[in-house]
Design a protein around this ligand. Structure first.
Ligand SMILES: Nc1ncnc2c1ncn2[C@@H]1O[C@H](COP(=O)(O)OP(=O)(O)OP(=O)(O)O)[C@@H](O)[C@H]1O
Ligand SMILES: [Mg+2]
Length: 272
């Protein structure tokens, strides 16, 4: 099974973000238990599951940003490089350049004391080597890409001067600025109205990065991802193509998610 010569050709052979047997324990409690999945290069994989099922913990563990005191075991390989056990200095270097993340809480990622433009420009300078002027132009273009009105003046604001949805879009622009090979997006559109959400989803579809996309919205899931992982109580209970998960869910947790989505669609008159 570990014989590389026996590995099938195809996307997996080219690396990917490979998570094998990932477990996270915090003060004796198992938060993630033997989580295994792969994000092939350039592909988008969805993560669904009820509140508290471990979606954000999985995202944070991929970034090496699990809470202090957590014990992480298993393997996370980024195009063949093992991340678990990697010295923090090296791991920090990969954040932004190797794997970018959009956090569920946009507040966590932003420095309250710095203008948002400087925060988007930083990965542009660090990871893309742009000079100050080029970084400012690229930051303005990114702010426009995420649909922020009047990007130049928006970039001069401090985080507290923006709305929650504007902050969320700044975080998306920041995560994309380093042009990482992989993106972890944890419910990146929850603070946005439907029009803005549609625009951001188009942007995610255009990005060539491999993506782990956490969502509770099955319509968003089927739009953005071909395959998905279902979490329940910190375990992967089902994974496969989004079409088959939605059409023929097998595990009770998946059945519950699909039925709840259908009931909401019926109530709101939406199609599902
Ligand atoms: N810092 C922490 N310390 C201890 N336990 C934590 C911590 N953060 C999260 N947990 C626990 O880990 C479990 C998974 O939480 P997680 O945030 O990953 O859920 P989630 O699937 O992202 O939920 P939601 O849909 O509400 O965002 C929960 O039981 C939660 O209580
Ligand atoms: Mg979460």
């Amino acid at each position: 099974m570990t014989d590389p010569a026996a590995a099938p050709a195809g996307p997996a052979a080219a690396g990917g973000l490979e998570v094998v047997g990932l477990s996270v324990r915090i003060t004796g409690r198992t938060i993630l238990d033997d989580v295994t999945f792969t994000v092939p290069p350039g592909r988008r994989v969805g993560v669904i599951g009820a509140s508290g099922s471990g979606k954000s913990m999985t995202s944070l563990a991929l970034m090496g940003l699990e809470p202090t005191g957590a014990t992480v075991s298993g393997s996370i390989r980024l195009d063949g490089t093992e991340l678990i056990g990697m010295p923090e200095r090296e791991r920090a270097r990969l954040r932004g350049a190797g794997i970018g993340m959009v956090f569920q809480e946009p507040g966590t990622a932003l420095d309250p004391l710095r203008r948002v433009g400087a925060q988007i420009a930083e990965p542009l300078r660090l990871h893309r080597g742009l000079d100050r002027r080029a970084a400012r132009a690229a930051a303005t273009a990114l702010a426009a890409d995420v649909g922020l009105p009047d990007p130049e003046s928006m970039l001069r604001q401090y985080p507290h001067q923006l709305s929650g949805g504007q902050r969320q879009r700044i975080c998306i622009a920041m995560a994309m600025a380093g042009e990482p090979a992989y993106l972890v997006a944890d419910e990146p559109t929850t603070a946005l109205d439907v029009t803005t959400e549609a625009r951001i989803l188009e942007l995610f579809e255009r990005v060539s990065a491999g993506m782990l996309f956490v969502t509770h919205d099955l319509a968003v899931l089927s739009r953005i991802a071909d395959t998905a992982v279902v979490l329940d109580g910190g375990r992967v209970v089902e994974q496969g193509s989004v079409a088959s998960l939605l059409a023929a869910p097998q595990h009770p947790a998946t059945v519950a998610l699909v039925e709840a989505a259908r009931a909401t669609a019926r109530r709101t008159g939406g199609a599902s």
